[in-house]
Design a protein around this ligand. Structure first.
Ligand SMILES: Nc1nc(=O)c2c([nH]1)NC[C@@H]1CN(c3ccc(C(=O)N[C@@H](CCC(=O)O)C(=O)O)cc3)C=[N+]21
Length: 282
């Protein structure tokens, strides 16, 4: 039996409807969630993501600012803009689109963001708090994955979750959030020997590699849940890390690309911005 396809668009719509209620409650208190996005340079993919964030901001009636900066802007100028946004009471969330040009330090930029406005959850204070189970902004992509699992009725506790990838943005926090949900977690990566021997043990398999065709049907345990975080362009088409057609013959549930984790990432960004606005209004 082919797998059920978990629609990121549908789960997103559900969460966005809940957020709309929260936004209305805030409006009654005279607060409008405000999100500032900083985009440096002309990477077409980044521009397309930022458009998605802009669309979601309008849909949810946020106040939104997009700062499009020239590729050659200095690091100081970016840091200065962040300082201004940190101090701006209209702004509850600040996101600097990554990757940045090489002459700008990603680390310095992230450190400059007020952790209370770090809706990406990339500041070391939020990363650390997440790690020890204190309140924190959770990183949007892994948090989106957890929401997709929970809202599709997937039990996480006691399951063996295998994450492929160890980036600071997806792999590492993904493993940590699954651990917080009481999964048994394995992290695989580019130096893992005999990847299929691990993936075949997964009840929940989460490839986050960025290479199309990384996961094939013979690497998946029958009945496993597969959440594909990969985003790859192949012949101008967007695909995930899984060979979708064949893996869906083996898995019990699978997420598509596009229409899976991508929309959830944006929705959880909106969620964090509403959370920030709520804290601000308390
Ligand atoms: N500071 C920062 N925070 C991020 O969250 C961040 C970032 N930098 N840099 C780039 C990555 C990537 N990312 C995506 C968001 C939405 C889709 C998305 O909605 N994708 C659609 C398709 C979009 C299309 O067709 O191009 C989908 O999968 O259905 C994908 C990727 C956020 N990122």
């Amino acid at each position: 039996m082919p797998a059920n396809v978990i629609s990121g668009k549908e789960v997103s719509a559900q969460i966005r409807a809940e957020l709309k209620d929260e936004v209305a409650k805030l409006a009654a208190k005279g607060v409008q969630p405000g999100l500032a996005v900083i985009l440096v340079g002309n990477d077409p993919a980044s521009h397309s993501y930022v458009k998605g964030k802009e669309k979601a901001s309008i849909e949810l009636d946020f106040y939104s600012e997009i700062h499009r900066l020239d590729e050659n802007v200095s690091e100081e100028e970016v840091l200065l803009l962040i300082k201004k946004l940190n101090a701006d009471p209209k702004i509850h969330g600040i996101l600097v689109q990554l990757p940045l040009p090489r002459h700008i330090s990603e680390h310095k930029v992230i450190l400059a963001i007020d952790p209370r406005k770090d809706v990406d959850g990339f500041h070391p204070q939020n990363v650390g708090n997440m790690y020890i189970g204190l309140p924190a902004f959770l990183p949007c992509t892994p948090h989106g994955v957890i929401q997709m699992l929970k809202r599709s009725g997937v039990e996480i506790a006691g399951k063996h979750a295998v994450v492929i990838g160890r980036s600071n943005i997806v792999g590492k926090p993904m493993a940590q959030l699954l651990l917080s949900e009481n999964a048994t977690v394995t992290i695989c990566h580019s130096r893992t020997k005999d990847l299929p021997s691990f993936t075949r043990q997964a009840d929940i398999l989460i490839p986050a590699v960025g290479r199309a065709g990384t996961v094939r049907a013979d690497m998946v345990k029958p009945g496993a849940v597969v959440i594909d975080v990969g985003v790859n362009r192949v012949d101008g088409k967007l695909v995930g890390d899984c060979a979708f057609e064949e893996v869906s013959e083996v898995a019990s549930m699978i997420t598509p690309v596009p229409g899976g984790v991508g929309p959830m990432t944006i929705t959880m960004l909106m969620y964090n911005t509403v959370e920030s606005a709520k804290r601000h209004s308390e």
